[in-house]
Design a protein. Structure first.
Length: 162
């Protein structure tokens, strides 16, 4: 399960925080000028540096995961320039939602994807169709891989009328 894997991978971050807190408490518990003061300061600096690097790596993974989520909503090649091209290294996904665009004929329903430095719009009908197609594929896969329950029906399905 992806959520379980994510939770396990985040354990070192919580351990770093606990070690940092323990070293800080130990430092304040020791009298001034104690021989362990300098090594504790070095340990705290190293723990803070490691914690910062781990947090930055985790933030980068979250940013990339969000961009992959946007990419999955489009056909291959439609948004590659935005997600992998010039300036994509610092680009972060911020929000998505419906957008009404006014033109000479009337209003067009669109879906927008807001990034830290750009905005992407898509036709709502095509976007919804793509989402429905994905849902249908998942349902078909679930039906094809499901084992039949006793009585000849699929698990969770309604019994056939006799």
């Amino acid at each position: 399960d992806a959520a379980e894997l994510r939770r396990v991978l985040e354990l070192p971050l919580s351990h770093l925080r606990r070690h940092e807190e323990a070293a800080t408490e130990l430092r304040y518990a020791l009298p001034r000028g104690h021989s362990a003061d300098a090594p504790l300061l070095a340990l705290l600096a190293r723990l803070a540096l490691t914690h910062g690097a781990a947090e930055a790596a985790a933030a980068e993974l979250r940013r990339r995961r969000a961009l992959r989520g946007v990419r999955r909503r489009f056909k291959p090649g439609e948004v590659e320039a935005l997600l992998e091209g010039q300036g994509a290294a610092g680009r972060a996904f911020v929000h998505a939602g419906p957008l009404l665009k006014a033109n000479k004929v009337g209003r067009l329903s669109r879906v927008y994807f807001l990034f830290s430095d750009a905005i992407l719009t898509a036709e709502e009908a095509r976007f919804i169709t793509r989402l429905l197609n994905e849902l249908i594929k998942q349902l078909i896969h679930a039906i094809m891989t499901a084992e039949e329950a006793p009585g000849g029906s699929l698990p969770g399905s309604l019994p056939l009328s006799q």
